[in-house]
Design a protein around this ligand. Structure first.
Ligand code: SF4
Ligand code: SF4
Ligand SMILES: [Zn+2]
Length: 355
C-alpha cells in the first residue's frame, strides 16, 4: 500500500527528490521511481509503494537467517515484500527482489504493523525477521513494526545487504536487536559487475555502525566459484571482521547454488568453504566461523575457542546437542561463549508454515 515516505530524503529544484535511504541517493523526477522501484515521486512528494505489502510470511528457525550466536533455538516470524537496492545476478529470491509491486500483485497481501506483531506473538516467536528481499528499502513499514514489536517484547532481526546511509540507520537502529549482513565480497569489482552496486564501502560502514550501537551482528559471505573465491580476498574480509567487529563476531561462509542469471556456475566445492573457514579461524583468529548450506558438515557447530569442544552441535537449522551451562559457558572448560540471549531449546517442532 502507498504511504508518504519518512525515511531521509530531500526536495530539490523542479519538484525532484533525492532519496537518502540508501547510498545510491537516487534523484527522482516527478512521476518516476528510484532504482529499487519501490519509492516514487508524486508531484514532489516521496511515497513508499510497499508499506505493509507482504509477499511472504513464515515461521522460521532463527538459525535459518542465519543467526547462530543469538537466542539459539528461537523462532523468527519472517516477512518480506518486493524490491531491492541491488540487482545480484545470483539472487535466490529474484522473483520477489527484482519485480515491481504491480508484477507481484497477485502474490501480495496487506498487513498492518499491529497485525504482524500480533501474529508473531500468536505463533510464539521471540523475534520478527525482515528478510527474503531487502528490508532496508521497506524502511517505513520495518520502522513502525519494529517499534511496536519492542513495546510488545518481541525482538527485531534484519537480514540485509547492509546498503543503508548512516543517516537512515541512526533512526532505525534503536529498534534492531540483531542483523545478518551479507558482505558479498571484499571487492568493488564484484559488487559492480554482479550486483550493480558502485562500491561496498557503505556496507562496511553500516555494519560497523550497527555493531557499535549494540546490535548483535553476524556476517555472511556467499562464496561463488570463480568470482569471489580468491583466498587473499577472503583473508582480507576475515581480517576486516576481526579488526573492526571483533574476534567474537560470527562469520558464515555459505555455499553457492546456481540461481537466476548464474545457473551456469557450479556449486561451491566444500573444500573451498573448509579452507576459507580455516583461514578465518586459524590465521586471522576469528572464534565463530561457520559453513552454511552444507547440512551435516561439522562447520555448522559452535566450538569453544579455548578448548575446542563442540559446545553447540547443529544439523541444518536444528540444534542437536547443547553443551553450554545456563550462563553460556563451555561445559568442559568454563570459558564464556559469545552467545547472546537464552537457549530456547528444541522449539522447531512448532514451526508451522502459515502461508
Ligand atoms: S532506497 Fe531506493 S530510491 Fe532510495 S536511494 Fe536507494 S535505491 Fe534509490
Ligand atoms: S541483495 Fe539480496 S535480495 Fe537483493 S538482489 Fe542481492 S541477493 Fe537478491
Ligand atoms: Zn571449552
Amino acid at each position: 500500500m502507498i504511504r508518504e515516505a519518512f525515511a531521509p530524503h530531500k526536495k530539490l529544484d523542479g519538484n525532484k527528490i533525492r532519496c537518502d535511504l540508501c547510498p545510491r541517493h537516487c534523484v527522482i523526477p516527478p512521476g518516476r521511481r528510484g532504482f529499487c522501484k519501490t519509492r516514487e515521486n508524486r508531484d514532489g512528494k516521496l511515497y513508499t509503494l510497499i508499506y505493509g505489502s507482504l509477499t511472504a510470511l513464515a515461521v522460521d528457525p532463527i538459525e535459518k537467517k542465519p543467526l547462530y550466536n543469538f537466542w539459539p533455538g528461537a523462532l523468527a516470524f519472517s516477512i518480506s515484500t518486493v524490491g531491492c537496492s541491488f540487482a545480484c545476478k545470483f539472487c535466490q529470491n529474484w522473483s520477489i527482489s527484482q519485480v515491481t509491486i504491480e508484477e507481484a500483485r497477485g502474490r501480495i497481501e496487506e498487513y498492518s504493523p499491529e497485525e504482524i506483531v500480533a501474529l508473531a506473538k500468536k505463533y510464539d516467536c521471540e523475534t520478527i525477521a525482515y528478510t527474503y528481499n531487502e528490508p532496508i528499502i521497506w524502511f517505513e513499514f520495518v520502522y513502525d513494526t519494529a517499534k511496536l514489536a519492542h513495546k510488545e517484547g518481541v525482538k527485531n532481526i534484519l537480514v540485509t545487504n547492509g546498503y543503508i546511509t548512516l543517516e537512515a540507520l541512526e533512526e532505525l537502529v534503536p529498534y534492531i536487536d540483531a542483523a545478518n549482513i551479507d558482505i558479498k565480497a571484499f571487492s568493488d569489482k564484484f559488487y559492480k559487475e554482479l550486483c550493480s552496486v558502485p562500491s561496498f564501502k557503505p556496507v562496511l560502514e553500516a555494519t560497523k555502525y550497527m555493531k557499535e550501537k549494540g546490535v548483535h551482528v553476524e556476517c555472511t559471505n556467499l562464496i561463488i566459484p570463480g568470482y569471489n573465491d580468491n583466498f587473499d580476498e577472503i583473508r582480507q574480509l576475515a581480517r576486516w571482521v576481526f579488526e573492526e567487529l571483533g574476534p567474537d563476531t560470527p562469520l558464515h561462509f555459505s555455499r553457492f547454488y546456481p540461481h537466476y542469471k548464474m545457473i551456469y556456475v557450479s556449486p561451491t566445492p566444500i573444500s573451498t568453504l573448509v579452507k576459507a573457514r580455516e583461514i578465518a579461524m586459524k590465521e586471522i583468529g576469528l572464534h565463530y566461523v561457520y559453513i552454511g548450506n552444507v547440512p551435516g558438515h561439522e562447520g555448522e557447530y559452535t566450538y569453544c575457542p579455548e578448548c575446542g569442544y563442540p559446545v553447540v552441535k547443529r544439523l541444518g537449522f536444528d540444534i542437536t546437542e547443547w553443551n553450554l551451562t545456563e550462563d553460556m559457558k563451555c561445559k568442559k572448560c568454563g570459558t564464556k561463549i559469545a552467545i547472546k540471549g537464552e537457549y530456547r531449546g528444541d522449539r522447531h517442532r512448532l514451526i508451522n508454515y502459515i502461508r
